[in-house]
Design a protein around this ligand. Structure first.
Ligand SMILES: [Mg+2]
Length: 140
């Protein structure tokens, strides 16, 4: 079993989305390629998880056409150590996860996971080269 720690804004929601709450269909298609190729599960690391309970996230992903499984969300840390990377590290520790994983995010506060970081942008969201990198990291 492998995992994608998935951000939403700057990955699936981009500058080209019709609203800040609508996924960019181009990016959904690209995520689906990764999911199909790797059979990875999704753990949502986006701040969307603070606003939306996981059931709503699951429903939203389905409505937007994501063909994958959201299995969890990362914990929300407060204080000085509340970086995305620390939240992911905490999830891995709490779940005693030993498998392969990647982090897809447009923000860089993903330390110490730089080596498995697929960096996207607000302008483009997920791109073909991101897809290639993600599949390589998860299957390589
Ligand atoms: Mg983001």
């Amino acid at each position: 079993m492998s995992i994608i720690f998935l951000d939403i804004d700057g990955v699936l929601v981009t500058m080209n989305s019709v609203s800040p709450f609508v996924f960019d269909p181009k990016c959904v298609k690209k995520l689906n390629v990764i999911l199909k190729e790797t059979d990875a599960d999704i753990v949502v690391s986006s701040t969307w998880r603070v606003i939306e309970p996981i059931e709503r996230l699951i429903k939203k992903f389905k409505v937007e056409g994501v063909e994958g499984r959201i299995i969890s969300i990362t914990p929300v840390l407060n204080g000085d150590d509340n970086s995305r990377g620390n939240e992911i590290a905490k999830w891995i520790q709490e779940n005693n996860f030993k498998g392969k994983f990647i982090v897809i995010d447009d923000d860089s506060d993903i330390e110490p996971f730089e080596k498995v970081w697929v960096q996207t942008t607000w302008e483009n969201g997920l791109t073909d080269s991101n897809v290639e990198q993600a599949i390589h990291l998860l299957k390589g």
